[in-house]
Each structure stands twice: as structure tokens, then as C-alpha cells.
Write a protein that binds this ligand. Structure first.
Ligand SMILES: [Zn+2]
Ligand SMILES: [Zn+2]
Length: 815
């Protein structure tokens, strides 16, 4: 038996920790263990078992939680790759790969062993166990503990009693408990281990039929003998024999209770026939996907299909083919795509073989789904970002729907991008990865043009429906002509009126929540900012609150200026709440609803609004980017865009790409049914190429233009990029740290890596922290990561806390 094992712990330290293996335990690589760490008990993953005695003193593992690995070799390798690529601590990577938080939180409990039962039995027979060095008081306590646990032990269950309960019920001290564990009368277990163990079934095995038996006991022994000596405990308990009978027989050694794994549950509801009616382009892309899957070699495909081209149907058909071949597939969707309607479709097509992982699941439900997948009961997995780690067997296909969506990037450690993880996982599994979008990310499209991925085009909408015509309204002109700052242009108002008269439906996008985004004092010029962030508070009229959209801080709506006491407080600008009010004013007869984070608190809210639109119970839907994503509502013939180009003013190199994507996606909501659609695009940046190309549905044109800019500025995809952010609630600390690292960057050689900064981050203060950053760019990812690694080592040396240095590789936001 190896004496030591190395454990990756979910702590912000770039190392693994060595622990001593207790004599009777045999941890395996990839399994969870509970270990002591700085006064705490935490769960980590075993990464190696070995006999190399470490130079420092080691602590001993408290308990081994899994008999078999929770991370198989491939997932362990994937985790190592993530830790390396994103410079994240391995233990934190593993934690985010395992949705088992519910199990991590469990407490320790005690259970009586067979030896304990026997000791108790003997004590009961002879009155006392002979010649003991223990005091009679201690012995009394020990038997009280055994008695208490025996009374709560049920042979059909693995029943644990928590330490708190046990100690208060029996007044047992810790040393006595420890002594009883040494004598193997009790075991201490983690409840999560018990949860896993319930996946086994207890079998009663007949050992001997000798000895004096009462009627019940004899009945049970005969029953066991008649069944060949082995019967599941649960089946025995269905008979009218008292439960204690079996326990007594076990205690006397006549029957042994053994645990055996439950056979895989067989799925009950079968996938139903779903017929797909495909056009030539859809059929061709499905064929390519299927051929690639059958070859059992890695391949990457980028499916570029215009909005409404029927990508989802192709995904589902591809996954069905995988399921029919007895293999597994994972479909990743952005957060908002997982509506109950989609879930219902999935159940219809895949029956019980689908596991759906969405954000509304509790930790417990998430853990249960995970176990189902691991046991092989669900071979089709649909979920958001972290579903890329689903422990499926024989992975054949991963699909990343709306691959450009920024929700695939995790904005906390480890800061991975699920699309890129999907590609790496597919490589390791010799599987196929399909990335789909109407507006592919620059990176993915670049890779496709360089033949790293196959490019599949779906250039037309289904049933030859036309893409909507887009008309641009220049809001600067509107201002000159009307002499007023307008929210809804005359053109948009006219077009809405026309649709309402024809009983058609309208969507209006304004990508800003709340009523007014800025509150300003006209006397002293001060804005009302968040207490924790360098960001203006947004006025939410219905809730009568000022809200920070970054940290959630709220304040009362001011009547006078907080700085000078002036009464001339003005509320400026328009958010979606105010837009809804304005539309009510313009169209009092129309049935209007709003869809944004303030009106949608759950998936049900979201579904309700979309259903109402689908059922024709609504005329007009107002909302933020939530309305832009993936919905297929046939009655919508007009989409109005009111201020979707604000992002163009942000100091972020992806601003144009994001604007192009949002405009294209929201425009894509129009004209998906019988009647053709139209889009009115109001903008203050009418000459900007993102606006112009979006209006012409010209992805390729936008791509060429944007690529030029990226190349000049050495931005991705021409460079690997990382954002290094220093944060602290003390401004002095941040200034000092960024100075220290700035000096280090200046004084060390890091050939081929450009370093910009230190500079104040565009959001200087966020959630109470002051923020300074560096931006690193390099055509060589290896060089970039080597520099980052050396920088982190220097930061440790300079005693800059690891949690205050955020390294964001392939950062999506430089704010
Ligand atoms: Zn003022
Ligand atoms: Zn704030």
C-alpha cells in the first residue's frame, strides 16, 4: 500500500499537498478525500499515490470519500490542461469541474461496525468484558455510545449519526470516541461517502444455521437458505419479520450483510421518433457531422448559419444519431437558451436518456444529475458552461450553440472559456466538436479560414424565408429635425403603429435596464455614484430605488443633491423601464410586456413572457439583449433597435464585434414566420462599420474589416492576450503592487510579449475594490504563459496575495 498521496485542494495556491494515507484506506487517483487543512476540513482530489516521504511533516487523510474516481483519466488530464492554460490552481479547477457542492458541504457522522455490534452483544451476555484497563465510567460511556448507535442502525440503510448529536446524547469525549474508532467499534464517515454508498444494495448472506433460534430467526434463516443463501436486505424486510431479527442474526455472526453495487438502472421512457424535414444545406451539414463522428477522430467544425437557418434541428439530429450508435453527446447552450420549452423538446426527442443541467437546479439536483450521467443512465447532456465537464462515457460529439456568446466565459477562477474547453476535450476523446452561430467569434471564424476547423455554411433561412430588411435611422438628424432628444424616432413610431393595426407583433430592444441610467445635480454637476463602484446608480422607478448594476448596492431615490443640497436633481437617459412607459404612452391600446433582469427572476417568468408572445397575447415586447437570443417567434414582423450601439463608445477592443453580434441577433428575430420582417435600427453611429455591416447582414464584410483592425492593434486572433488585474479595497496597496509588478516587467526580459500598463482599469473601482491592470499580448501563447507564470512567482515573492492578482487569459472584457 502506498503511504502517501498528493491532493489538489480548492485553495488559491499553485501547488498540491501531500498527506499520509491511513492504514486501512486505499485512495485512488481521481477520487475525493477529506483532509485537514489549516484548522479546516476540506475535500480535495487525489492526483497521485506514492511512497516518496516528503521532507516536511504530513497530516493524515481524514476519510476517503469515493471508492472509484469521480474524475476519470481524461477529465483529470483536461483539468491539468486548464490549470496550465489559464494559470489557475489545480484544486480550484477540479472543484469547478464537479458540481458536487451539496456533497462537499456534508458533515461527518458515526456508524457502529459489526465488531461494535458484537462488543455490545458480548457486554449484554456476560455483564462486562473481562479485564480492561479502562475505568468503569469510561466503559459505561462506550456502551452508551454503542447502544445509541445500534438503536439507530438499520441494516437496510447506511445510517450515520452526526458528531454533535452523538456527543450531546451520550456525553462522550473526543478521546473516548477516538479510542472506539481504534478498536474498530465505530467508523467515522463523511455523509457524502454515505450518499454514494446508497448506490449500492445490501445483501444478507447466510453464514451458518447453527445455534438456538427463536421462531422469527428460524423463519428468516430458512428463507435465506431457500433463496440460495443470498437475498437483498430490502426484500427480506418486505416480509413481516421484525427488522431487529436480521440485526440480531448479523450480530451473532449467522448472517453477514455485504454491499454490492446496484446494477445500472434501465431507462424507461424511450426516445420517440422525431422527424426532421431538412433542406439541402441542413442535410449536407448533418451528413458531414455524422461522417466525422463515425471516423472516431478529432475534428472541429464551425457551423455558420444565418438566423433562422435551422441550426438547432441539425444539432438534435446529430445527437440522435450519436445516441442510436450507443455513444454520448453534450450540447452546450448559453444561459438564456435553456427554456422549459427547449427542455420539453429535448425530452420528447431523447426520452430519459437526456440530462438537463440548467441554472435553476439546486446543488442537490445538480449532483444527482451528475451521478446519473456518470452511471451511464443519461448519455445526452444539455447544459450551460460547466456541462462541458459532464462525466459521459464514450463521448462522440460536443455541440457549442451560439459559440460567440460571452456567457461561455467564466468570470471567476478558473476563468475558462467553455467553447475552448470543448475543443480540447473533443481532442482528448477523439470526438467531434461543432460550434454554431449566426455571428461566429472572430477567433473561431479565423480558425476556420485557416483550416483548423471545417467551415459549414447555412446561408439561407428555412423555407426560403428572406432575411429582414434593415433601415437605419440617424438619431443626430432626428434631433436636428425635431429639436428634441428622441427615444423613439418618428419612423419607428410609424412602423410600430402600422404593425399594431395589422395585428402583427413587435420587439423593441434597448440594452440598458432600469428607468434612468444617470442622476445628475444641475447645481454642482455631481452624479450619484455607487458607494462601492465608480459607476453611476440607475434609477428604478417601480421599485423606487437607485441600484448599482455591478454590485447590487441600493440607495433611496434622492430628492436633493447629496453633495450640495440643491433641489435641482435631474434624471437623465432612458432604460428599458422608461422605454416601456413611453411606448404605453404612444400606444395606449397595445398589450406591452418587458423582458429584462428586473422582470425576469426565473426561467418561468422568461417562459411566460415568450409564451404570451407566441400565443398572440402580447403586441409588443420590450427588453434588453435577453430578447435578442435564439427565440423563434413567428408573429414578430418588426424589430426596433433603440440604442444598441452604446457599447461602441466603450474602451474595449471587442466593442465593435459585440455590437455587430447584438444587432445581427436581434434583427434575426424578425420575419421568422410567413410574413417578411423589417428592422428599424436607430443609431448615433450610423457610419460605424459594425452598424453598416449588420444592416446588410454581411458577416464576411464585417469580419474582414474587423480583422484588419485586430491585426494593426495586435489583438486576438493575431495575439494571445491576458489581462492582469490587481485589486484591493486599499488604493495604496493597489498602487504599490502595480508599481512593483510594473518595475518587474520593465526589468526582466520577456521576448515577444508586449506589456501595456500599469493603468487604472476603465472601471477604477468595483465592488469596493480599486483596480489597476496590465494587458499582455504575444503571438506566442507559450511565451505569454511563461511570462505570466514568472510574474506570479514574483508576486508571491513580493508578498502580493494571490487572490488579489487576477490573471485572465483570453479575457473577454478589459474593463
Ligand atoms: Zn449638487
Ligand atoms: Zn456598485
Amino acid at each position: 500500500m502506498p503511504e502517501f498521496c498528493d491532493v489538489a485542494l480548492p485553495v488559491p495556491l499553485d501547488m498540491v499537498f501531500t498527506y499520509r494515507v491511513p492504514p486501512d484506506a486505499a485512495p485512488v487517483v481521481g477520487a475525493r478525500v477529506l483532509v485537514p487543512f489549516r484548522q479546516q476540513r476540506i475535500t480535495g482530489i487525489v492526483v497521485e499515490v506514492h511512497d516518496r516521504k516528503p521532507s516536511v511533516q504530513t497530516k493524515t487523510i481524514l476519510s476517503v470519500l469515493d471508492a472509484t474516481p469521480v474524475l476519470d483519466e481524461q477529465l483529470l488530464a483536461l483539468g491539468r490542461w486548464i490549470a496550465d492554460y489559464y494559470l489557475a490552481p489545480l484544486g480550484e479547477v477540479f472543484r469547478s469541474m464537479l458540481p458536487l457542492a451539496a456533497e462537499f458541504k456534508r458533515a461527518i457522522g458515526y456508524r457502529i461496525t459489526d465488531a461494535g455490534q458484537i462488543a455490545l452483544h458480548m457486554a449484554g451476555m456476560s455483564g462486562s468484558s473481562a479485564r480492561s484497563r479502562r475505568s468503569p465510567e469510561d466503559q459505561a460511556i462506550e456502551f452508551r455510545v454503542l447502544d445509541y448507535l445500534a438503536a439507530r442502525s438499520d441494516p437496510g440503510e447506511l445510517s450515520l449519526v452526526s458528531e454533535g448529536t452523538l456527543r450531546s446524547a451520550t456525553r462522550v469525549s473526543k478521546p473516548i470516541l477516538a479510542g472506539m474508532i481504534r478498536k474498530q467499534w465505530l467508523v467515522r464517515e463523511d455523509v457524502s461517502a454515505a450518499r454514494e454508498a446508497t448506490r449500492t444494495v445490501k445483501i444478507a448472506v447466510l453464514k451458518s444455521a447453527e445455534g438456538k433460534l427463536n421462531e422469527n430467526q428460524r423463519g428468516l434463516v430458512e428463507k435465506l437458505a431457500a433463496a440460495g443463501g443470498r437475498v437483498p436486505v430490502a426484500a427480506l424486510q418486505e416480509s413481516d419479520v421484525p427488522r431487529t431479527t436480521l440485526a440480531t442474526l448479523a450480530r451473532r455472526g449467522l448472517v453477514e450483510i455485504v454491499e454490492e453495487p446496484v446494477a445500472f438502472a434501465v431507462s424507461r421512457s424511450k426516445p420517440r421518433d422525431a422527424s426532421f424535414d431538412f433542406n439541402a444545406a441542413q442535410q449536407a451539414s448533418l451528413n458531414r457531422m455524422r461522417e466525422a463522428v463515425v471516423s472516431r477522430k478529432f475534428s472541429g467544425m464551425l457551423m455558420h448559419g444565418v438566423t433562422g437557418s435551422g441550426k438547432t434541428a441539425v444539432y438534435l439530429a446529430g445527437m440522435r444519431a450519436v445516441l442510436e450508435a450507443g455513444r454520448s453527446a453534450i450540447l452546450l447552450v448559453p444561459e438564456i437558451g435553456l427554456t422549459p420549452a427547449v427542455a420539453a423538446d429535448l425530452h420528447h426527442i431523447f426520452g430519459d436518456e437526456v440530462a438537463i443541467l440548467h441554472s435553476a437546479l439546486s446543488d442537490q439536483e445538480r449532483a444527482e444529475q451528475w451521478h446519473r450521467i456518470r452511471r451511464g443512465e443519461a448519455r445526452i447532456v444539455v447544459g450551460t458552461r460547466s456541462a462541458v465537464f459532464a462525466p459521459v462515457t464514450d463521448l462522440a460529439l460536443i455541440i457549442v450553440d451560439e459559440e460567440h456568446d460571452s456567457s461561455y466565459k467564466q468570470e471567476e477562477t478558473p476563468r475558462y472559456h467553455a467553447r475552448d474547453i470543448a475543443v480540447m476535450r473533443a481532442k482528448m476523446a477523439n470526438a467531434v466538436v461543432v460550434m454554431g452561430s449566426a455571428t461566429p467569434s472572430l477567433e473561431s471564424y479565423f480558425n476556420a479560414t485557416k483550416n483548423k476547423y471545417a467551415l459549414i455554411e447555412l446561408p439561407d433561412r428555412v423555407e426560403q424565408r428572406p432575411l429582414p430588411a434593415v433601415e437605419i435611422v440617424d438619431m443626430r438628424l432626428e434631433f436636428q429635425e425635431t429639436g428634441r432628444e428622441q427615444v423613439i424616432s418618428r419612423k419607428l413610431a410609424d412602423e410600430i403603429r402600422e404593425r399594431l393595426e395589422r395585428k402583427e407583433q413587435v420587439m423593441v430592444l434597448l440594452n440598458r435596464r432600469g428607468y434612468s441610467p444617470v442622476v445628475l445635480c444641475r447645481t454642482c454637476g455631481k452624479k450619484l455614484d455607487c458607494k462601492n463602484c465608480a459607476i453611476a446608480l440607475t434609477h428604478h422607478k417601480r421599485e423606487r430605488k437607485m441600484v448599482c448594476h455591478y454590485c447590487g448596492y441600493t440607495a433611496p431615490v434622492p430628492k436633493v443633491c447629496a453633495a450640495c443640497g440643491s433641489e435641482y436633481v435631474y434624471f437623465l437617459g432612458t432604460g428599458s423601464e422608461k422605454l416601456e412607459e413611453l411606448l404605453h404612452g404612444l400606444f395606449p391600446e397595445a398589450r406591452i410586456a418587458r423582458l429584462d433582469r428586473d422582470t425576469v427572476r426565473s426561467h418561468e417568468d422568461f417562459e411566460r413572457a415568450l409564451n404570451a408572445l407566441n400565443e398572440g397575447e402580447l403586441d409588443l415586447l420590450v427588453g434588453t439583449q435577453m430578447i435578442a437570443k435564439g427565440h423563434d417567434i413567428h408573429g414578430v414582423t418588426l424589430v426596433g433597435v433603440v440604442g444598441a450601439d452604446d457599447a461602441l463608445g466603450l474602451p474595449d477592443f471587442r466593442a465593435a464585434e459585440r455590437t455587430f453580434q447584438l444587432l445581427t441577433q436581434v434583427a434575426g428575430r424578425a420575419g421568422r414566420g410567413q410574413s417578411p420582417g423589417k428592422v428599424i435600427l436607430q443609431t448615433y453611429f450610423q457610419d460605424h462599420y459594425a452598424v453598416q455591416y449588420a444592416a446588410r447582414h454581411d458577416f464576411a464584410g464585417f469580419y474582414e474589416k474587423e480583422l484588419q483592425f485586430r491585426s494593426w492593434m495586435h489583438y486576438p486572433p493575431y495575439s494571445a492576450l491576458a489581462n492582469v488585474l490587481l485589486r484591493s479595497d486599499q488604493l495604496d496597496a493597489v498602487l504599490q503592487w502595480s508599481g512593483t509588478l510594473g518595475k518587474w516587467f520593465n526589468n526582466t526580459r520577456h521576448e515577444g510579449v508586449r506589456v501595456l500598463g500599469p493603468a487604472a482599469a476603465p472601471l477604477l473601482r468595483l465592488k469596493r475594490d480599486y483596480r489597476y491592470h496590465f494587458v499582455l499580448k504575444s503571438p506566442s501563447r507559450q511565451k505569454l504563459n511563461a511570462t505570466l507564470r514568472a510574474m506570479l512567482a514574483h508576486a508571491v515573492q513580493q508578498k502580493i496575495p494571490r487572490t488579489q492578482v487576477i490573471v485572465d487569459v483570453d479575457a473577454l472584457w478589459l474593463m
